[in-house]
Ligand binder design. Structure first.
Ligand SMILES: [Zn+2]
Length: 480
């Protein structure tokens, strides 16, 4: 029989010293400090960023190894990342200019100090630090100090990306590498393109990466279904939340756990994730992780506003928190050449202007005439009698709210050659502009028009419209 040997890592009493080396090497780019205590041990954090570059344009990435009690390859991969970021590598320097990367390789040093898988799910108080989380955050009774420390970090940085590195404890032990394949079904990226990209990066080393498509099953999202025979045909999921799910629920973070068997492929996936945060994403308009879209109505969206990462983070979190009170609708049916989106935060005005779900667009415009800052006539000119209705989504009726950090209303046009002719906000023609005005970004065959509404121009009931030219494919029965 094989004898169990624990995977090599930094001894628990040397973790602080090991991490402090990073700060000694690059004092301008690394700050190491203590954020809590687990048993008799300090919990260390390292913040990596180039302090010569202002923070306002940086996105935040949190890399934790929350199961590092005994999932040692999670910790050693995080340590490897620290070594890379503290090196003179050109790409590392690039990352630190564009991102703030917060690293906690061993949040649970008490369990780690035991060097025994028996402590994987058990800290000093006999509690599993990983599942000491819920949708509302970590238990704060002092019995789960690692979970508490991680929640405080999530609340401090409101990260765009959170990676929770998991893995194995034994020498030569195997775990199937994965990203976002967790007992908690929502512990996964909402951006599946990014998930796929990371898995391909691990694949480079000839290590099979677990693909969620292998399962050929769906996630059950019907909360009303209690039929066990039906539910058994969907992917099972653990109850409650873990840190990545909390970060998503609270801050709209792209977040997931990774399983790591080999530090080389594990690190490569993390680096690929950092690369993605430094690139311009066609869909996003700005560089960084695709986190701006907080409310969707088909191909129309309400998105975070602002010309810096900091402004967009603030706006994203506000809109995300108020998501259930922001009503979004569209003019319907749609015809090539004109699209309109309505955004309302006032149940009273929604009721007054639209009433019970449907109303001709021209009538809605007529009703808006009493609203200040509205040119109803210029909207009525564009809506002929075909545009009869609004289809509305999302408002928790009776709950008024107010948007104070600006918003971007995105209108998706499904024609590659679409040319924007006119953009109206409440009937007033707007010019191009990143803070007040519109911007256009192309992604595949889509042309996305973002109507960027600054805080002082957000009103409780607004219509954003785009008139455009395009060519469409031929229609009618095709004969051969
Ligand atoms: Zn784990």
């Amino acid at each position: 029989m094989k004898k169990f040997k624990v995977r090599q890592s930094v001894p628990v009493e040397q973790i602080g010293e090991y991490m402090n080396e990073w700060q000694c090497k690059k004092p301008n780019c690394v700050k190491v400090d203590v954020i809590g205590k687990s048993g008799i041990y300090d919990i260390y954090r390292a913040v990596f960023t180039d302090t010569d570059v202002p923070d306002e344009n940086k996105q935040n990435v949190l890399v934790i190894a929350q199961h590092s009690g005994m999932e040692i390859t999670g910790m050693t991969t995080a340590m490897s990342l620290g070594n890379f970021l503290a090196s003179d590598n050109k790409e590392a320097e690039e990352f630190l200019k564009k991102l703030k990367i917060v690293l906690v390789p061993c949040p649970n040093p008490y369990s780690y100090s035991k060097q025994s898988p028996e402590f994987q799910f058990r800290n000093e108080a006999g509690i599993d630090e990983y599942t000491a989380f819920g949708y509302e955050g970590a238990r704060m009774d002092g019995k789960a100090p690692a979970a508490e420390a991680i929640q405080k970090l999530i609340d401090e940085y409101n990260p765009e990306l959170l990676l929770d590195l998991h893995g194995i404890w034994g020498e030569n032990q195997l775990v199937i590498e994965s990203c976002g394949n967790s007992a908690f079904a929502h512990n996964k990226f909402y951006n599946t393109a990014l998930e796929r990209r990371l898995l391909s990066a691990g694949d480079k080393y000839g290590i099979g990466q677990y693909d969620n498509d292998f399962r050929q099953e769906l996630r059950q999202t019907d909360r009303g279904c209690t039929d066990e025979e039906i539910n058994a045909r969907f992917m099972p999921s653990a109850k409650g939340a873990v840190a990545p799910v909390y970060s998503y629920v609270k801050y709209h973070t792209i977040a997931a756990s990774y399983e790591i068997a080999w530090e080389q492929s594990g690190l490569e996936k993390v680096l690929e994730a950092l690369r993605a945060g430094c690139e311009v994403n066609d869909y996003e308009y700005y560089s960084g992780y695709p986190t701006r879209t907080v409310i969707s109505y088909g191909h129309n969206f309400v998105r975070a506003w602002g010309d810096t990462a900091e402004k967009r983070r603030k706006s994203r979190i506000e809109l995300w928190e108020k998501r259930n009170k922001i009503l979004v609708g569209i003019s319907h049916p749609e015809y090539p050449g004109l699209s309109a989106v309505i955004v309302s935060t006032s149940p009273k005005l929604s009721d007054k202007h639209i009433g019970n779900y449907y109303r001709p667009m021209r009538e809605v415009c007529e009703n808006m005439k009493s609203q200040p800052g509205v040119n109803a006539d210029s909207m009525m000119e564009l809506f002929d009698d075909f545009y009869e209705t609004f289809a509305m989504a999302s408002l928790e009726l009776g709950k008024q709210t107010e948007i104070v950090n600006g918003m971007t209303v995105r209108i998706g046009i499904p024609f590659k050659d679409a040319k924007v002719r006119k953009v109206l906000y409440n009937g007033i023609e707007w010019s191009p502009g990143e803070l007040e005005g519109y911007t256009v970004t192309k992604s595949g065959s889509w042309v996305f028009v973002d109507v960027n509404v600054p805080p002082d121009k957000v009103v409780p009931f607004a219509i954003a419209m785009v008139k455009y030219d395009c060519t469409t494919p031929k229609c009618g029965i095709i004969e051969f």
